[in-house]
Design a protein around this ligand. Sequence first.
Ligand code: GTP
Ligand code: ZN
Length: 348
Amino acid sequence: MGWLNKLGWFEYSKFPEEDVGRIITDYGKRFKVVTKDGIKTGVIAGNLLNRALDNSDLPCIGDWVKINNVSDDECVITYVLKRKNKISRKCRGRKVEEQIIAANIDYAFIIIPMDNITSKINVDKFLLICRNENITPILLLSKIDVLEDLQVIKDFKTYYKNIKIFPISTTKLIGIEKLKIYFNYNKTSVFIGPSGAGKSTLINYLAGKNIMKTNSVSGKDLRGRHTTTFKNLIILDSGGLIIDTPGLINVIPWCEDNVLEDVYDDIEDLVKMCKFRNCTHTNEPGCMVREAIKSGVISQDKFNNYIKIKKEVEYINSVHRFKGNSSTWEDIENIRKTQKEKIYRKHK
Ligand SMILES: Nc1nc2c(ncn2[C@@H]2O[C@H](COP(=O)(O)OP(=O)(O)OP(=O)(O)O)[C@@H](O)[C@H]2O)c(=O)[nH]1
Ligand SMILES: [Zn+2]
């Protein structure tokens, strides 16, 4: 039971321990699973594949799973145990489907590098994903050693008043000791952010050894850079667990519409105070949003991000709901057909 407890098994202890494991490496279709007898290569059982409605029903990094047919180095994954929570995006492409990035998470570290600052809309999207699942977000402004002007850090702190922000530099050892309180026994953190944000470098520092390949070492891609291509869960000596993910940016969040009220609470409060209920916040009199932007209470930038994400999330959710209902239309069609057949048989 030693290894399973290190991975936080006690939360799921109602199942017999022989049958379970936690996914610590996710290659997409193959996995590494920690079991009570050590690490095995896991494949998905045909039955589980057949039952899955979409990819979100299949195993992913951080999942607790039921296993059978365990041999010296392999096992078959038969069932995904109920997830405590998950970090999810809309899948790439035109389909409206959930894609789970990682499961069973305590802290989500959103890492934004100061040598390649992205629009804050990307951070907003990760915040929506976290709030939707009650995961504590922590914003790391990485590589601050490259900054000549620290105003950019102040800008982030003004924009994100309600979340923890740590400006750090791993190479210059600035601000990282303070992070260690999060990597306690059994707590699972996930590192998300664009490629090259310094995720692997930070994990190596926290682990005290080079367990992750970074940009500056061998194993490079065609462009001469090393990038993380699969998801890995690392166990630190402190007992903390970290999931490293490949570079992620520009995701479409998978969340309920009402999560916006939480992430953009300042804007949503103002919207409710506008004179007209259907105010478009463009040229109506008594618009509190425009007033607040004019007086600098909220930034134009934040308001633009809010409008953009609101449209995106509401659209995705309406398509998803419609898809959910469309089976009802099929049902109606089927009922109609069988009734027609019955009537036809009766009159034959
Ligand atoms: N100046 C500076 N460079 C850093 C710092 N941390 C990491 N780097 C460099 O940034 C580059 C990218 O770091 P990685 O740790 O590989 O980034 P990553 O986020 O794991 O990237 P992916 O694996 O592509 O997702 C490397 O060349 C690191 O040496 C830092 O604090 N300051
Ligand atoms: Zn208004």
